[in-house]
Design a protein around this ligand. Structure first.
Ligand SMILES: [Zn+2]
Length: 118
C-alpha cells in the first residue's frame, strides 16, 4: 500500500469517528431532555399522591382506590427514567448509580460517591 492510500484511509477513519461522536452527542442531548421531562413528570405524580394522602388524612376517608392510578403511572415513569439512564450510560461509556445518580467508570463495581454496588 502506498503512503497516499494510507493517508486517505486514515482521514476516512477519523471522519467516521468524528461523525459517530457528533451523533452520540446529539443523542445524549435528546436523552438528557427526556430524562429531565420524565423527572418532572415523576415530581407531578408524587405531588398528586401527596395531595390525595393529605386530603385523606384531613377528611379521615380512605383514598386507597384513587391511589392505584398515580402509583402505576409513577412506576412506569421510574422504569422509563431507568431506561433513559441506561441508554445515556451506554453512550457515555459510564455506569449510573441508582442510589445517588453519580456517573462512574464503565468497569466500576461500586459507586465512587456512595459505595453502592453497581
Ligand atoms: Zn452512588
Amino acid at each position: 500500500m502506498t503512503t497516499v492510500e494510507e493517508v486517505i484511509l486514515k482521514a476516512k477513519d477519523l471522519a467516521d469517528a468524528a461523525g459517530k461522536k457528533t451523533g452520540d452527542l446529539v443523542q445524549l442531548g435528546k436523552l438528557k431532555l427526556e430524562a429531565s421531562e420524565t423527572e418532572r413528570a415523576i415530581s407531578l405524580q408524587l405531588e398528586k399522591i401527596g395531595r390525595l394522602v393529605y386530603a385523606a388524612h384531613k377528611s379521615g376517608e380512605s383514598v386507597e382506590e384513587q391511589l392505584g392510578e398515580p402509583y402505576a403511572a409513577l412506576e412506569q415513569l421510574e422504569q422509563k427514567l431507568a431506561q433513559i439512564n441506561d441508554a445515556m450510560d451506554e453512550l457515555r461509556c459510564t455506569k449510573h448509580c441508582n442510589a445517588c445518580g453519580q456517573n462512574n467508570a464503565a468497569n466500576a463495581a461500586y459507586c465512587q460517591n456512595c459505595g453502592e454496588k453497581l
